[in-house]
Structures are given as structure tokens and as C-alpha cells.
Design a protein around this ligand. Sequence first.
Ligand SMILES: [Fe+2]
Ligand SMILES: [Fe+2]
Length: 290
Amino acid sequence: MSAASVTPIDLNITPRDRRFAREEKPSRWWHGGDPFATAFYNALSATFPKGEAFFVESVRQYRAGAPDKLAEEIKGFTTQEAIHSREHAAFNKAAVDGGYELKPLEDRVQWRLDIIKAKPPIAALASTMALEHFTAIFAHELLGDPRHLADAEPEAQAMWRWHAIEEIEHKGVAYDTWLHATRHWSRWKRWKVKAQVMLLATRNFTIDRTRGALALLRQDGITGPRAWFGLLWFMWVRPGMMRKIFGAWAAYFMPGFHPWNEDDRHLIRKYEAEAALGTESAKKVRRAAA
Ligand SMILES: [Fe+2]
Ligand SMILES: [Fe+2]
């Protein structure tokens, strides 16, 4: 693999096969009773089943011939993403059962993916790498600042946090696959393609998710300036996820960038410590009840 990879050697990509919100489904405005917050996260969730299946396909086609460590990481990555797709499909179904129509949002994703799939496979890998960076910095911010999910229902919160830690854990896989796949390219060509694809992916992501969230708000009867203002305020001002990830997003364009230049596995450890505590207190409650 290229010397540019700084993926920690002791990194272990561990799929955590969990299920959420099967018995107790999220309510319609599961995010603190706030239609704007709910619309933003629902619009995002609507992209995951198809989007993550596409990520898996894009990376997997480079597994043959990859060094052993990378091949192993690709396996961990594909398993994690497959489980994420399944859980977001269940989460989306709950939104549909709650009365939302997600099909126009899913069709938009399919339309974007069809355009990329008509190009050479390296385009799909570059798009995946860009969106995986996006996902990883989103996940970092989501876990790093509890305010993002503070008002969400516990089960929905647990699902988004679980997804976020695995996104951090496998954040280098698409990038290292790219470094391997383009090892014979010049540094300039590699940077140029990577940067162009990131700009395009960011533009499309921002337009499509905004459109998607507005479509969901319309289904809530919220339209016009009220919908725009409420949504943009949530996305860019408070809590302002899009604004807060801007610096980490821009780092992608710097020479020597690698997702693991920032080792943020403390967020995974924190989650796991809390999950263990949760299990412990659940055990105590059960013991006390027995
Ligand atoms: Fe994922
Ligand atoms: Fe991912």
C-alpha cells in the first residue's frame, strides 16, 4: 500500500450487529418533537440503504489484489455498511408507517447513483471516498457534541450513535482502497480527481438533502419561508452541523491529508464504556427486580 496511509496498525473494524426500534418505533417527530431536526435526519436516513450498498460495491471491486491488511479492512467495512443499510431500512420504514413518503428522496439517490455507475469504477470509488469523509466528520461532530441528539428519542439516539462510531472506525477504508487503486497515478492527478469529486459530491449532497428535507416538511404542512428558514437555521446555525464540520471538510484538500491524521477513537471508546455501563445498570435493575 502507498506510504501515505496512516491507518493505525492496531485498528480493528468490528461489526456490531445490533437492531433498533423494532418493538418501539420512533414517533413521527422523533427528534425532540422538532419537525426541522426530524426532517434533516430523516432525509439523511432515506439515502443510506441505497447509498451504503453503493459504497460496498464501489470498494469491494478493488478487494482482489489488495494487501492482506486492507483486504481484511474492506471485509469489516462491507459488513458494517450492510448492517447499517438494514437498520436504516427499518428506521425508514417506521417513518413511512408514521405517514411520510420517502420514495421521491430514494429515487433522487438512485438517479445520482446511476450517473456515477455509468462512469469507470474509479469514479464510484472516488465518490465513496468523498462521502465517507463526509460521514466520518459528521459522525465525529455528532458524538463529540451531545447537543446534536440530546432531544431525540432514546432508541433513535442509540441507532445514530451506533452508526456514527462505526463510521469513525472504518473511515480510512475507502481512502486506503483509493491509495491502492491509484498507486501508479501521479500525486497531481490523484489530488485533482479527489478534489473535483469532493466538490461535486458536496454540492450534490447539500442540494439533495436540503430538497429532501423540504419535501418532508411539505408533508408536515410546513412550506415557503418558514420551511426554508427553520431548516437552514437547524443545518447551518443551531446546532449547525454543516457549519461545524466545515473545517474538517476543508482538510480533505490539504496535501498529506488522510482520514486517520486525526485519531478520534476516543469517541468509540467513550461510546463503548457508556454502553457497558448501560448493560451493567440494566443487569443491576434486573437483579433487583428478581
Ligand atoms: Fe454506514
Ligand atoms: Fe461508511
